[in-house]
Design a protein around this ligand. Structure first.
Ligand code: SF4
Length: 492
């Protein structure tokens, strides 16, 4: 069985997914979600658009498959073809289909066309760092080229969504603080992929945000629960579980332990887990193991009351880089029965529509300086800073900072839930906590990813039912924030 570039891409997301894709029982696989399908379609459409634009005059091998494709690729490289599209290369147990192979001095370099940004993170003075899923794919292509004696060096490019070629230096660390080079990270992932293949798919799952859109989520969820896996504890991820699992095998076992027994001076016996974090995980394990457990306050936090409360949530199409909905539920005098929903919807995907929605929402949020604004996670503030930079005629940067002044705008997630509460749940998402408190979304598939897919359908069809579905989902998210706030007030 060969190791492919796409296998390594998936392995960076989750090694268990690679194991299940190779050896899992296909009859228990979930449907691929509409959002993931949309991502695939958009990726393929972008690649076609780039190639059709004529910017890359290449030998096109996209119509060929398997061994014939590979033979034609080798022949093309042997005669020094300057650019090859959709060729296939393999050596030993490695195989890859780089989007482009470009002839430069000394050999060939690979280029992948991606419908996303070429790098991740970054800020004003820094353009971010290479994305690991992209990097491991590029490394595999270069590895094959090296084995074939056709590599021009450990460099590769991503042709990104903005039409820029982003250089990946494979012998350098990914970021300024990284110690391992990209190539070393690739070697680790390659070794892991080989281990999975050699073992016939032996690999532990780990509950994470990635599971939500994964086609193995039902199967993994059952397995993790039946194993009482430590990753069922919020924020105890794969690496920490692996550091602990030989000593403490399950949530139930952990709940029975005395965490102080694992302290060594200012550390614990588990690499990467400090004493405070271990105590917090232990408390969560106890809550999860006790059928009568209730949520609890662990610290005093201000939960100001005001005549007007605004519960605020936005929807962003990450693929179009467009904020298409600002939803606000307004409650007066604590009267939830008569609260009102305000929606500022970008009626199309134009900048004018995005600006109009932003301007409308900003006006409402700032109309009453005495109102308290509640939102869930820093995302809203980050997006408002971005929108302000994009539409400086709507408001100034200082206006945005004033709007998000912690004295009146409170991030219920970071400032309250994570700092001062504990829950007998597997995560602290708004969906999980509001459902725990009895709130029900009207939609049977409520998620931000699904909303992006509905917006895409709205853009393509202008179906009013789709528009309404987006609004209802967002309204329920805003109400869920209110339900959670009231629930936390109840704990006090
Ligand atoms: S459901 Fe989660 S653990 Fe299972 S394969 Fe998917 S991402 Fe991995």
């Amino acid at each position: 069985m060969q190791i492919s570039a796409s296998m390594l891409y998936n392995l960076v997301q989750c090694p268990k997914r690679v194991a299940l894709d190779l050896f899992g029982d296909l009859s228990i696989r979930d449907e691929v979600s509409a959002f993931v399908q949309l991502l695939w379609e958009q990726g393929a459409a972008y690649e076609q658009k780039v190639m059709a634009s004529g910017a890359h005059a290449a030998l096109d091998l996209s119509a060929f498959e398997g061994e014939e494709k590979e033979r034609l690729t080798h022949e093309a490289m042997a005669r020094g073809e300057p650019l090859i599209y959709a060729g296939r290369i393999s050596a030993d147990d490695l195989v890859g289909i780089p989007d482009l192979l470009r002839k430069v001095a000394g050999g060939y370099v690979p280029i992948d066309i991606k419908s996303g940004a070429g790098k991740e993170g970054g800020g004003e003075d820094d353009d971010g760092k290479p994305k690991l899923p992209y990097a491991v794919q590029l490394c595999l292509y270069v590895d094959v080229l090296e084995r074939l004696g056709l590599s021009a060096g450990r460099q590769a490019w991503i042709y990104d969504v903005r039409g820029e070629e982003v250089l990946y230096e494979l012998d350098a660390p990914r970021g300024p603080r990284g110690k391992a080079t990209i190539w070393e990270e690739y070697q680790d992932r390659l070794a892991e992929a080989r281990r999975i293949v050699a073992s016939g798919g032996l690999c532990r799952g780990a509950l994470s945000a990635k599971c939500k859109e994964c086609h193995w989520r039902s199967a993994c969820s059952m397995e993790l629960k039946s194993n009482d896996d430590l990753t069922l504890i919020p924020f105890l991820g794969r690496a920490m579980r692996d550091a602990m699992v030989d000593t403490i095998g399950s949530v139930g076992e952990f709940a029975q332990c005395d965490p102080e027994a694992f302290m060594v001076g200012k550390k614990t016996v588990f690499a990467g887990i400090g004493p405070d974090r271990l105590r917090k995980f232990h408390l969560r394990a106890r809550l999860l193991s006790d059928p009568d457990a209730r949520p609890m306050l662990t610290a005093v936090v201000p939960l100001p009351r005001s005549e007007v409360e605004l519960f605020f949530d936005i929807e962003v199409d990450t693929m179009r880089d467009l904020t298409y909905l600002h939803g606000i539920v307004e409650r007066r005098g604590g009267d939830s029965a008569n609260e009102r929903f305000h929606a500022f919807f970008a009626e199309d995907e134009s900048a004018e529509a995005e600006r109009a929605a932003f301007a409308g929402s900003f006006a409402l949020l700032t109309a009453d300086p005495g109102a308290t604004i509640w939102y869930y996670s820093k995302y809203e503030r980050t997006l408002y800073r971005k929108l302000q930079a994009r539409y400086p005629d709507v408001c100034s940067a200082e206006d945005v900072e004033r709007l998000f002044d912690p004295a009146r705008a409170i991030d219920l997630y970071y400032d309250v839930v994570t700092k001062a509460t504990e829950w007998p749940t597997n995560d602290h998402s708004i969906k999980t906590l509001a459902k725990y408190l009895g709130f029900a979304w009207r939609d049977n598939n409520p998620s931000g990813a699904a909303s992006i897919e509905w917006f895409d359908q709205w853009v393509k069809t202008r179906d009013p039912a789709m528009r309404q579905r987006i609004l209802d989902y967002n309204e329920d998210d805003c109400r869920a924030t209110r339900v959670l706030l009231d629930g936390i007030r109840g704990l006090a």
